[in-house]
Structures are given as structure tokens and as C-alpha cells.
Design a protein around this ligand. Structure first.
Ligand SMILES: CC(C)(COP(=O)(O)OP(=O)(O)OC[C@H]1O[C@@H](n2cnc3c(N)ncnc32)[C@H](O)[C@@H]1OP(=O)(O)O)[C@@H](O)C(=O)NCCC(=O)NCCS
Length: 198
């Protein structure tokens, strides 16, 4: 019976600890979003690539952005999501990365990310995805991590393959973008998969 299956990760493992900060190469860190980062979310919502692929919503106001940041903190505490800013210390964020749809009992989550144009092209996202995947597997204890993207987004597909998220299949007409329904690649890594460079 499902009810007798123990949780993969016991409840409380996130909520009982603060959200960690991670240092990456190139003086970049992953840190929790702060209220004074709100303008970056407004800027991101106006970027055509982020609008197309990450669907942040249109006409995001500063007030909306502040509410969104507050919600991310609540979702850490309620163990539903874990969202970080990608930023150099003391600077405005270059992008966002994190886990949505966290299911501690079932041991899975889905990664989300975007970079503003100034942050693209330097391999930052590859480093960030590997670092957060290690945290999700090794520290949090999840078993399966998903990464999905439109088949028309080759940059995101490269991030997935470079970070060891195996392509498992194509989900037909899975997500509604501004220009209509898109087929989506489903990539995943499961516990025991090799890490890039090993
Ligand atoms: C997806 C994203 C995070 C990738 O970050 P990035 O810094 O641009 O990634 P890179 O420049 O390292 O590019 C990744 C790879 O994709 C390739 N690539 C980039 N754009 C491409 C394109 N239009 N066609 C084919 N390949 C492309 C790059 O050449 C690179 O290949 P390499 O690994 O062989 O060097 C970033 O482009 C982004 O935020 N885009 C807008 C929002 C978005 O797509 N979010 C993801 C939703 S699933």
C-alpha cells in the first residue's frame, strides 16, 4: 500500500534549515532573493527570450515582483519550492534558478532557470544546475530531478545534456507558450547517474 511507503525525504528537512548560499566559479553565488532584487524580476519579464521560454507573466509590476519574492520565501518554509538568485556579491541578479514542484515524500522536483542577456554565454547556468542538483540529491536527499523545455529551445537542451540530465522523451503539446502549444523534452537525472566530468 502506498501509505506504508516511507517518505523519501522526511518533512521538515528544508523548513528546519535556512536556505543555503552557494559559491560558483567566476565570483558568482546562488543566494536567496531579496526584496531589493524586485526590479530584476520586472526586467526579466520584459526580456523576449525569458518571456517566450520561462513565461514569467506580462506587465509584472514592482509590487508583483516583491510579492513573488515573498512567496518564494514562504514556499521554502512550506517545502514546495526552493528558488535562488544567481548574482555576484553586492550586484543585481543575473538570473534565477531553483526547484519547483518539490515532492519530498515522493523524492522529486523540477528545475527552473533563466538568465538575463548579460549573464548568458559564459557557462554560468551549467555550473549552477550541477551545484543545485548535487544539493538536491546529496543534501536534501531527493531521488529524481526533472528538467523540461520546449523542443524549440536548443540552448536549454544543451544546458540539460551538459549537466547530465538524460533525455527521456518528448511530451506532446505539453505547454502553452505565447505562440501556441509546444512539444517539450523531458530530461531527468536519478540517483546514481554520473555527474559531468566524472
Ligand atoms: C537557457 C539559458 C539559461 C542558457 O544559458 P546560456 O548562458 O545562454 O547558455 P550558453 O550560452 O552556455 O549556451 C548553452 C549551449 O546552447 C547553445 N546555444 C545557445 N543558443 C543556441 C541556439 N539558438 N541554437 C543552438 N544552440 C544554442 C550554445 O552554443 C551552448 O552550446 P555549447 O554547450 O556547445 O557551448 C539562457 O539562454 C536563457 O535564460 N534563456 C532564456 C530563458 C530560457 O530559455 N529559460 C529556460 C526555460 S526551460
Amino acid at each position: 500500500m502506498i501509505s506504508s511507503t516511507p517518505a523519501v525525504v522526511p518533512a521538515g528537512r528544508m523548513s528546519r534549515s535556512g536556505q543555503p548560499v552557494f559559491r560558483l566559479a567566476g565570483d558568482v553565488e546562488l543566494r536567496p532573493w531579496r526584496q531589493d532584487d524586485a526590479q530584476t524580476l520586472v526586467d526579466a519579464s520584459l526580456d523576449p527570450d525569458i518571456q517566450q521560454w520561462s513565461r514569467p507573466g506580462r506587465d509584472v509590476s514592482l509590487q508583483d515582483a516583491r510579492a513573488r519574492i515573498a512567496r518564494w520565501h514562504e514556499r521554502w518554509t512550506s517545502e514546495q519550492a526552493a528558488i535562488w538568485a544567481i548574482a555576484r556579491p553586492g550586484e543585481r541578479p543575473l538570473g534565477l534558478i531553483g526547484w519547483g514542484d518539490i515532492d519530498l515524500r515522493g523524492g522529486s522536483a523540477e528545475i527552473l532557470y533563466w538568465l538575463l542577456p548579460a549573464g548568458r554565454g559564459g557557462g554560468v547556468m551549467t555550473d549552477a544546475v550541477v551545484r543545485l542538483s548535487r544539493w538536491a540529491m546529496d543534501d536534501l536527499g531527493l531521488h529524481r530531478l526533472r528538467l523540461t523545455h520546449s523542443v524549440a529551445n536548443p540552448a536549454s537542451c544543451r544546458v540539460a545534456t551538459r549537466t547530465g540530465f538524460a533525455l527521456e522523451g518528448t511530451m506532446r503539446r505539453a505547454l502553452l507558450h505565447a505562440d501556441g502549444w509546444h512539444d517539450e523534452h523531458l530530461h531527468a537525472r536519478v540517483r546514481g547517474d554520473e555527474w559531468p566530468g566524472e
